[in-house]
Design a protein around this ligand. Structure first.
Ligand SMILES: [Zn+2]
Length: 119
């Protein structure tokens, strides 16, 4: 989150503007808890002259995988639901039950949009 705030800050400073709203896309597989993000954002924004009072909008992105075995592309199946909250889940192809899957979407956290006010 500190990295996100730093990028947003730089962008705003370069334009000599204040930030009104930050829109984040958070992937299902990024393992970032929304509440933690909000809390971190508030703390960091409060310390920043260009970010103070800005709003954080979080959009979650569904994960998508591609199976190297059968070529399936789409939603994820978790092999072990129970362990999901404790460790990264084991991903499995819902078509062929293979484990040779690649994540194509839903990993990480990106800044989608920054709404700024130019003074
Ligand atoms: Zn498959």
């Amino acid at each position: 989150m500190a990295e996100v705030v730093r990028v947003v800050e730089e962008e705003a400073r370069r334009r000599n503007a204040r930030v009104k709203e930050v829109r984040l896309e958070v992937g299902e597989l990024s393992f970032l808890c929304e509440e933690q993000l909000r809390f971190a954002f508030e703390v960091l924004a409060e310390q920043s002259d260009v970010l103070r009072g800005s709003k954080l909008v979080i959009e979650s992105v569904k994960a998508e995988i591609k199976c190297e075995g059968c070529g399936y592309e789409g939603g994820v199946r978790y092999a072990d639901d129970f362990a999901y909250h404790f460790s990264p889940p084991i991903l499995q192809c819902p078509e062929c039950d293979g484990f040779d899957v690649r994540i194509v979407k839903g990993r990480g956290c990106i800044v989608k949009e920054i709404v700024i006010i130019t003074s």
